[in-house]
Design a protein around this ligand. Structure first.
Ligand code: 5AD
Ligand code: SF4
Length: 440
């Protein structure tokens, strides 16, 4: 028997890339690879990349630079680039970085075994097609049936048809495609059988899910209600959503589906209607606020999370103030905020840009407000009892760390707790990034 080859995967960007990295690792297990967390002893290095902002894309080239010496020392080392940079700049990567043996886009990674074989034989392998064959059907099951941690991602939808004027996703990930209901249910069952108690359904525009199922196309709400019948599955989450695809049943599910967590990531990007229009978001600040009112009517203790872009082309101080006003009106439990980054090929790239120092200053003001809100909602947990799904040991002896319904990290020191336990915890303290408590 030959010794297993070692695969080092480095993941950048969003949760969908985390999921894809797992699936690519599983796909290469069939080629005799086992995962390693050190690039130095790898036989293959695979960078799973992100193209959403300029900085994210640049990281790929600087990371590749670090492997130059390694590749010179180990001629058998194979280096691959996957993900959205591979999709957007595959041929350029091959040209600029001769050390790269393999380039594979997010829609063709089920072909990794043959690409790896080609790269292993000394040829260059590039596949950035949007193939007709069903990637997920080709990948089959989730590989070795070993037990795994209590939380998992499950991609149910890929691609985006929204074409926000700043965003590369519709180009790198392509048009919206939903996985069939039966395929999703099978994968969920398999994950639960392996010890998973919380599943986060993923999609670039996940609430536009419309997978083929019994009786026709199913909505995300139907899928969630069906998943909720799986014994052993305790929690369901989903991300990322567009406000315009939040249908009535999905809003209602937040009120009547116990397993659906009261925490929703619902990006708005900006608070000025003029900018929202220029962003091609197809909603207004007012329609977003009304939607949140309806969600909170269904589930009064819902926490919201969001994404924001500051310094979008032509954004004035008054426009930015409208973003701050919207944030004040909503009260976010957490949020991600970014300076606008020019993405070649997207409509906004051609427009009048906001100076960098203005972007930096607005980002600081927005983040200060968001941090205050996040901290206030976290501090408000002290004295309350919350459910915590424990995931792993903490840094202190006997300590375990888990997540609350609102994704707050919670530390409890109690040797009676094991990973995968869902326990009621009384919160006694709130630190900078986590809560502490005792079993209730
Ligand atoms: N510049 C800055 N942020 C961006 N995002 C998407 N494209 C850009 C860009 N060009 C942000 C949006 C999106 C999140 C995933 O990344 O806020 O919701
Ligand atoms: Fe990008 Fe999200 Fe807009 Fe789609 S909805 S174009 S993924 S920001």
């Amino acid at each position: 028997m030959t010794a297993p080859k070692k695969l080092y995967v480095k993941t950048y960007g969003c949760q969908m890339n985390v999921y894809d990295s797992e699936r690519m690792t599983e796909a290469l297990a069939g080629q005799g690879y086992v995962a390693t967390d050190s690039a130095d002893d790898a036989d293959m290095i695979l960078l799973n990349t992100c193209h959403i902002r300029e900085k994210a894309a640049e990281k790929v080239y600087s990371e590749l630079g670090r492997y130059k010496d390694l590749k010179a020392e180990k001629p058998d080392l194979r280096i691959g680039v996957a993900g959205c940079v591979a999709q957007a700049e595959g041929e350029e990567i091959m040209r600029r970085q001769p050390m790269v043996d393999l380039v594979v886009g997010p829609q063709s990674y089920h072909r990794l075994p043959e690409l790896e074989a080609r790269a292993r034989s000394g040829s260059k392998a590039l596949d950035t097609d949007f193939p007709e064959d069903d990637k997920f059907a080709a990948l089959k099951g989730r590989g070795p049936k070993a037990r795994r941690g209590p939380t998992a991602f499950l991609t149910v939808q890929e691609g985006c048809d929204k074409f926000c004027a700043f965003c590369v996703v519709p180009y790198t990930r392509g048009a919206e495609v939903s996985r069939p209901v039966a395929q999703v249910l099978d994968e969920a069952q398999e994950l639960v059988a392996r010890g998973v108690r919380e599943i986060t359904l993923l999609g670039q525009n996940v609430n536009a899910y419309h997978g083929a199922g019994p009786g026709g196309e199913w909505t995300l709400a139907q899928l969630i209600r069906e998943l909720a019948t799986i014994d052993g599955l305790a929690r369901i989450r989903f991300t990322t959503s567009h406000p315009n695809d939040m249908d009535d049943d999905l809003i209602a599910a937040h009120g009547d589906c116990d397993k659906l967590m009261p925490y929703l990531h619902l990006p708005v990007q900006a608070g000025s209607d003029r900018i929202l229009k220029r962003m091609n978001r197809k909603h207004t600040a007012e329609s977003y606020l009304r939607l949140i009112e309806r969600l909170r009517a269904a589930r009064p203790d819902l926490h919201l999370s969001g994404d924001f872009i500051v310094g979008f082309p032509e954004e004035t101080e008054a426009d930015f103030q409208a973003t701050l006003d919207l944030v004040e009106a909503v009260g976010y439990g957490s949020a991600f905020s970014f300076k606008y980054s020019t993405r070649p090929g997207t409509p906004a790239a051609e427009r009048a840009q906001v100076p960098e120092d203005v972007k930096t200053e607005r980002l600081q003001r927005l983040q200060a407000l968001l941090t205050r809100q996040q901290r206030a909602l976290q501090d408000a947990m002290v004295g309350r009892e919350v459910d915590v799904l424990f995931e792993k040991p903490g840094r202190m002896p006997g300590q375990m760390v888990g997540k609350s319904d609102y994704l707050h990290a919670v530390h409890v020191t109690d040797t009676a707790i094991a990973p995968g336990d869902l326990r009621r915890v009384r919160i006694t303290e709130s630190g900078p990034n986590s809560l502490g408590g005792t079993l209730a």
